[in-house]
Structure formats: C-alpha cells, structure tokens
Design a protein around this ligand. Structure first.
Ligand SMILES: [Zn+2]
Length: 165
C-alpha cells in the first residue's frame, strides 16, 4: 500500500478508536500508534489494505444472446445490432471443417473448425452482416456465435448489357 493510503488508513482507524472510546487510549498519538500497529499486523500476514476506487465508467450494455435452441426472426436480427446468436455446428468425422446455418434464413455454411476463427459473413438474401466466432462447448463441440453487424447494402442487379448500335 502506498504511503498516503497507509496514513489515510491509520487516520481512519485512529478516529474510529477515538469515537468508540476504547479505554486506555486518551491521547491521539496513542490511537495513531495502535492503528499503525494494526495495519502492520495485517501487512505482515500478507493482507493488503487498499482504497477502492469507484469507477465513473458505466458498465457497457451486455448484448442480447439468443441460445442455439431458440429461433430468431429476420426482423429481430435487424432491430438489434450487436445481438449474438448461437447456433450448433455439425462436424463430419475426419473433416477439419464444421457446418452450421445462418440465423436469418437457415442457409447452410461451412467453415474451418478453428476455435480462433473470426470472419465476417454476409447474407445477401436478408441484407445481414455477422461476425462469426466459434466457442468450444462443454462436450468438445464447437458453437457458432454470430454477432449481428450494422446494415449492409447489396448490389442486386447485374449491369445492363450494352446494346449494339
Ligand atoms: Zn439470410
């Protein structure tokens, strides 16, 4: 503990001893001395007396998480960017890829079975963008976690063919 925290803590304890009227400690100096001894007793036994700082930063809002068994609608996905949708994956034996389905339209997709994977996925049919990560499940399987991104604009039409003149 820093010296200022130490002397603050000594002061707090000494004041408390004064208020409580513990007999035998009429002098402030004695109370400060005892308070200091109490802190030393804690310190040598490896306790740390620390002042808690109250963080002014608000805790960031936690994303909505849709579990793998719960269906979700395209409207819900569009309305809550940052939402995380979990989906089960299937893994064929001997393959280093797993398969899962998109939260919006259940289209199948295949990707490497790499727990460090982080890729962007766009569904061109529903205009949704996801960041896909994989999480290991308790049974050793991989859970697909789709974090819904902001809106995407999609080019839908092919360029018109030039007419021969
Ligand atoms: Zn889709």
């Amino acid at each position: 503990m820093g010296t200022s925290t130490w002397s603050e803590a000594v002061r707090v304890l000494a004041d408390e001893l004064g208020r409580s009227g513990v007999p035998g400690l009429p002098e402030e100096e004695d109370r400060l001395h005892l308070a200091d001894q109490l802190l030393v007793a804690l310190e040598v036994r490896k306790y740390t007396v620390a002042k808690r700082t109250i963080s002014a930063e608000p805790t960031p809002p936690q994303p909505t998480v849709i579990s793998a068994s719960r269906p979700v609608t395209v409207d819900e996905l569009h309305s809550d960017p940052g939402m995380v949708v979990q989906r089960h994956t299937t893994h064929e034996e001997g393959s280093n890829h797993v398969e899962t389905e998109l939260p919006c339209c259940r289209r199948r997709m295949t990707f490497p079975a790499d727990s460090d994977l982080e890729v962007d996925v766009v569904c061109q049919f529903d205009g949704l963008r996801y960041t896909l990560r994989l999480a290991e499940e308790w049974d050793g399987g991989l859970l697909a976690c789709f974090e819904v991104g902001g809106p995407v604009m999609l080019a839908k039409r092919r360029p018109a063919k030039r007419r021969a003149r």
